[in-house]
Design a protein around this ligand. Structure first.
Ligand SMILES: [Zn+2]
Length: 71
């Protein structure tokens, strides 16, 4: 299911996974360093797939939020 995910842009480990916040938000998070994409909201199955695609696109372009403080 996660074959479309590139390695994490922050730690370069292949630990990205699709995560859900309740039943209305989806994002990609690194299981190794905790870096994650922005959250994308959805209200239906169709929107959920679109939101997943947006999160995947961000992740694969390295548009992530790192938990590392400072830089
Ligand atoms: Zn990482």
């Amino acid at each position: 299911m996660n074959s479309d995910l590139q390695p994490c842009a922050a730690c370069h480990e292949d630990c990205g996974s699709i995560e859900y916040e309740g039943k209305s938000f989806v994002y990609i998070e690194c299981g190794n360093c905790g870096a994650h994409t922005a959250f994308f909201g959805f209200n239906s199955e169709k929107e959920r797939l679109e939101a997943e695609g947006k999160a995947l696109s961000l992740w694969n372009r390295g548009k992530i939020v790192s938990h590392n403080p400072g830089e």
